[in-house]
Write a protein that binds this ligand. Structure first.
Ligand code: SAH
Length: 240
């Protein structure tokens, strides 16, 4: 198969058209990821076909929670983005969004700075630090239309790390795998405390990506009390 053909096909099934220019950006992303991964621990996935599906396409599934044509300046925040997932693939596919990446590890943030340059991405901000601290910064708190985080924490902790960044009526979106019903049930108190309301568990069509993937979509129903998130480490140590 052509390089990145699976990405193009899967994106199409999600209703996203990938242009040649965007394809070149994904190709470069793959190269930079593999090259930096020799020095910095960015990903355990090193096979190009798997980067294509398990990182790029999987990231694009978050678009199922975006408006069909996100308006210019639509603000997206990706918390614990690591090597840029899911934020950077979304930014490549929807260049008009304003993307903020939050990542605690400085070396990963350095990769993201390099990547943004290499891909010629505009309207992208990279913050090195912990979500627990950054979510109290006045320019970041309650500032985003959509906040996402993949593979960062269980749902109760994840909500404490994401919902404070979200504006009222905005969305927090967590891609999850398998039977999420239990995880969602365990997050009832966190939702209540943080101002969240479960909107939907949206399954990802199996012909896009197999493995019972689900987007947990939460609406920010009312402002998060100022005491959240608690100090670094607490959301994971003592989930709400
Ligand atoms: N979202 C990426 C990376 C997942 S690994 C992906 O799906 O591939 C989890 C990442 O979150 C790591 O890079 C870690 O440094 C970062 N992280 C974990 N807790 C964090 C926190 N409280 N604030 C900011 N980043 C955090």
């Amino acid at each position: 198969m052509e390089p990145l053909a699976q990405l193009v096909l899967g994106a199409q099934r999600l209703g996203i058209t990938i242009t040649q220019a965007q394809l070149r950006q994904f190709h470069r992303y793959q190269e930079e990821l593999l090259s930096w991964n020799k020095r910095v621990n960015l990903t355990a996935i090193t096979c190009p076909e798997e980067i294509e599906t398990l990182h790029f396409l999987d990231s694009l599934t978050v678009a199922m929670a975006l408006p069909a044509h996100p308006p210019t300046g639509y603000r997206v925040c990706d918390v614990g983005t690591g090597a840029g997932f899911p934020g950077v693939p979304l930014k490549i596919a929807f260049p008009d969004i304003r993307l903020t990446l939050v990542e605690a590890t400085a070396k990963k943030a350095a990769f993201l700075e390099h990547l943004a340059q290499a891909l010629g991405l505009e309207s992208i901000a990279i913050h090195t630090g912990r979500a627990e601290d950054l979510a109290h910064a006045p320019d970041l708190r309650e500032a985003f239309d959509l906040v996402t985080a993949r593979a960062v924490a269980g749902l109760p902790s994840l909500l404490e790390l994401t919902l404070p960044f979200c504006r009222t009526s905005g969305l927090a979106v967590a891609p999850k795998k398998g039977n999420v019903a239990e995880e969602v049930a365990s997050a009832a108190r966190a939702l209540q405390e943080l101002g969240g309301r479960l909107v939907e568990l949206r399954p990802i069509p199996e012909d896009v990506l197999p493995g019972s993937r689900v987007l947990v979509i939460v609406e920010k129903a009312w402002p998060t009390p100022p005491k959240y998130p608690r100090r670094p480490g607490m959301p994971a140590k003592r989930p709400l």
